[in-house]
Design a protein around this ligand. Structure first.
Ligand code: HAM
Length: 427
């Protein structure tokens, strides 16, 4: 086979059936978990003014290196969204809905990253955001929803890491202390971390480089910088999670990749994945982001989960497999195909997923198609049946024999055979 002239760009993929059905089910499972808690879906556009995403923070790679931005035909500098939190905050500032505003989303994002397993340039996330409430028990609700979703997928080895970055002033004092700590020991830092230090000392804590480990371990801890309010909030979050029986680990080095976080931050890690892509998702509070987008001062919290990495974790744990996309009935027509057209329409109308053969293939070839389709029942018509005003209904599994029935009894007979076959399947 010669290579076609065009293939998907690096880091971009076609999601084909049956995997696409698994993606859809992933999204609908998420929707049912969060809708049960009063969240409504928001569908922001894929593209926004660049400035919306710049509010995520210039010091992050997402903004400074990975954005798909360009000037459109109207001279507007726009970008494909690298995430959806900034879009949700922009939407809040634009529409001013009643608070607390509880929304969820599902869809693709774009980051110009180096593609590898679990890391793509177009990748899907599902997530929630709540704007306009500052209650620590809301943090607990949000964190618990992510946790519940992993349970709904069947995942059992997810770890929840929790931290608080304190109030903005606590965070600022902490960043200063970190800067001093690392600057006093520059020789002990990797080259990459020295560059990170100049931009954002917090992100040095994210380094997984062995040469940085000792200095990071000796770095000051955010916990010593909390104000009374921040400490109380964090205490209540931990207590709420404990009340719900959700296990968590405090990790004071958890700063996450985006600059907008204040107070609570958290990450869900897959127990079976390598550390390079074990973050299934995460989030935190971002009080101040709506304001920076021109809205009123508004507290906010949310998370986003990566679909790819979560599905990798599902594969590793052998759960949430691709659903069966088979049909119920397959129609075989050896008399030209017009009967199959009508029979298929009738069966679909009656609620049976129905497929059929085309191009007037041989009986043998059409029966192969029936086999591949996974159907439980085949409906067969040839010129004899057309003349006699009948159809043949043939169960494709189990012991039951085929029968020839009047054409008018088609739906009733297929229903009977389907019920029998399903009974046998579940016995
Ligand atoms: P994030 O940590 O940048 O947070 O992304 C969340 C998750 O999206 C990651 O843990 C990962 O599973 C997935 N992800 C990120 N980049 C890629 C990629 N290139 N390929 C595949 N998966 C990827 C956010 O996006 C924040 N908006 C989360 C949030 C919501 N915080 C508050 N609200």
């Amino acid at each position: 086979m010669s290579t076609p002239a065009f293939q998907t760009s690096p880091g971009m993929r076609d999601i084909l059936p049956p995997e696409s059905a698994r993606w859809r089910r992933f999204q609908s499972t998420f929707a049912s978990v969060v809708e049960a808690a009063g969240y409504g879906e928001i569908m922001p556009p894929l593209m926004e003014d660049l400035g919306v995403f710049q509010r995520i923070g210039d010091a992050t790679d997402v903004v400074s290196k990975e954005m798909y931005d360009f000037v459109d035909k109207g001279g507007r500098h726009v970008a494909l969204r690298p995430e959806q939190t900034a879009s949700v905050c922009r939407a809040f500032a634009q529409h001013r809905p009643l608070t607390p505003w509880k929304v969820y989303y599902a869809g693709p994002n774009f980051r110009y990253e180096k593609p590898q397993r679990g890391r793509y340039r177009q990748f899907d996330q599902v997530g929630v955001e709540v704007l306009g409430a500052d209650d620590p028990y809301l943090d607990v609700e949000v964190i618990a929803l992510g946790w519940e979703f992993f349970r709904a997928l069947g995942l059992r080895q997810v770890r929840l890491l929790l931290n608080s970055l304190g109030e903005p002033e606590d965070r600022a004092r902490y960043v200063q202390a970190l800067r001093e700590h690392f600057e006093a020991n520059l020789d002990g830092l990797s080259e990459v971390s020295r560059t990170t230090l100049a931009k954002n000392p917090l992100r040095v804590l994210d380094s997984k480089r062995r040469e940085d480990a000792e200095l990071i371990a000796a770095a000051p801890r955010i916990a010593s910088f909390y104000s009374i309010d921040a400490a109380g909030h964090f205490e209540a979050v931990q207590q709420g999670l404990t009340d719900l029986g959700i296990p968590f680990e405090i990790d004071n080095t958890l700063v996450r990749g985006l600059d907008y976080y204040r107070r609570t931050t958290f990450e869900y890690q897959g127990g079976t994945l390598d550390s390079a892509q074990n973050a299934l998702g995460g989030g935190g509070r971002y009080d101040g982001l709506v304001e920076s987008l021109g809205g009123p001062p508004t507290p906010g919290i949310g998370f986003a989960l990566g679909l790819d990495r979560t599905l990798l974790a599902c594969d590793d744990e052998g759960v949430f497999e691709a659903p069966d996309v088979s049909v119920d009935v397959y129609v075989v027509d050896t008399a030209g195909g017009r009967q199959a057209l009508q029979i298929s329409a009738e069966l679909r109308e009656a609620g049976f997923a129905t497929d059929r053969a085309f191009e007037n293939r041989s009986m043998k070839s059409q029966m192969k198609g029936a086999d591949r389709s996974g159907a439980l029942v085949a409906v067969i018509v040839g010129s004899n049946e057309i003349d006699a005003g009948t159809v043949v209904v043939r169960p494709l599994r189990g012991e039951d024999l085929q029968r020839t029935v009047p054409r008018d009894d088609l739906v009733a007979e297929v229903t009977k055979v389907m019920i029998e076959s399903l009974k046998e399947e579940t016995a």
